[in-house]
Design a protein around this ligand. Structure first.
Ligand SMILES: *Cc1c(COP(=O)(O)O)cnc(C)c1O
Length: 354
């Protein structure tokens, strides 16, 4: 793929070493842009200075939400190598999302090449402080100027980059989770498995409700019976029950997380029995009561592994273990972040050098 490059003539001030970066509000000097036109395919790949774009108010994305996004990170090691983590998986997931949203397929090599090219141009923006990374946000929007309901014939594929802080500023911290029993996020046959804005739009109301009640995340139940565990806001969920690692199976209504897949592989390689199956909320309540609910953690690119110490369901509040970080949870966090930051062996070949 040929990528035309226009470098910025006024580079921005980079955050200082040690400065708190937070998440998702600082952007780098450049962005990747590529167009799609029916009959012509993907064309005009370019890297340009980061900035506003001009599109018509009638662009279809604004009206019916035809869009997709991805999320991954670039990590810097102590020798200034810059790595991506399993970007081929994001490329594959892009196409499974695209298929569901009637967005044209994007060749996997093109996706990975575009990510590498824009990260390379802005590699000085990959932060150096421990636990920090460069968050990468690829996305595609429908741009036809048309108010009819149909798949767009033109699209924009863009990649923007945002230096991000350690998810937990003061180290890994357990969170409390609200099991939502009124609203649902997705149903089988819907688009729960796709990474698209609409799923998030549908989730905000419960997120607000959970926050107002002092919980940091929502855990969704299945949309039909409101009985089976699905996933957390932007994370998949794992339980350690009586020594076994258990996580909801991919049933079409939950997002197939790349962190989820990695955690399953690592657990199996350590000899844990891993079950991907339906888990009812009643099973969790019972396991909490009889003391076999040993650990709970969420998994996703942003936090990697997020320990959970409290689950609220209706009138029950389940306290997990003694409220501190579970042993397996901590080991998994150390293993995965160790691989991502180039501090540990990578027996799986997951690191990709930029
Ligand atoms: C992105 C996302 C995840 C986590 O996926 P990773 O590939 O592990 O980052 C989980 N759930 C939802 C709804 C998501 O959008």
């Amino acid at each position: 793929m040929e990528i035309r490059i226009t470098k910025t003539t006024s580079p921005k001030q980079k955050p200082a070493k040690g400065e708190a970066l937070g998440f998702g509000h600082i952007f780098t000097d450049h962005m990747f842009v590529m167009n799609y036109t029916e009959g012509k395919g993907w064309h005009d790949a370019r890297i340009v200075p980061y900035g506003n774009i001009s599109i018509s108010p009638s662009a279809m994305v604004f009206h019916y939400g035809q869009e997709m996004f991805e999320g991954l990170k670039a990590y810097r090691d102590s020798k200034d190598n810059v790595y991506l983590f399993r970007p081929d998986m994001n490329a594959k997931r892009t196409n499974s999302t695209n298929k569901r949203l009637c967005i044209p397929q994007l060749p996997e090599e093109m996706f990975v090449e575009a990510v590498k090219a824009v990260v390379d141009i802005d590699r000085d923006w990959v932060p150096t402080d421990s636990g920090t990374s460069l968050y990468i946000r690829p996305f595609i929007i429908a741009t036809d100027e048309f108010l009819g309901v149909a798949p767009s014939k033109t699209y924009l594929f863009m990649i923007i980059l945002s230096p991000s802080g350690a998810y937990y500023e003061s180290g890994l911290e357990p969170v409390g989770i609200w099991i939502e029993d009124e609203f649902v996020r997705a149903v089988k046959g819907g688009m729960g498995f796709a990474k698209t804005g609409g799923n998030y739009a549908a989730s905000l109301i419960a997120q607000v409700k959970a926050h107002d009640s002092g919980y940091s995340q929502v855990l969704w139940l299945d949309g039909v019976e409101r009985k089976y565990i699905e996933e957390v806001g932007a994370m998949n969920i794992f339980f350690k029950i009586a020594g076994k690692v258990v996580t909801p199976m991919l049933n079409g209504s939950i997002l197939p997380g790349i962190t989820r897949d990695s955690i399953i592989k690592v657990c199996k390689s350590w000899g844990y029995e891993v079950e991907e199956r339906r888990i009812s909320v009643d099973e969790l309540v019972e396991a909490a009561q009889n003391g076999t609910l040993e650990e709970v953690f969420g998994t996703g690119t942003a936090a990697v592994v997020s320990p959970v110490n409290k689950l609220r369901y209706e009138d029950d509040v389940m306290n997990i273990g003694d409220g501190s970080i579970g042993e397996l949870t901590q080991k998994l966090y150390d293993e995965l972040t160790g691989i991502q930051w180039g501090e540990k062996e990578d027996p799986y070949g997951w690191r990709v050098t930029v």
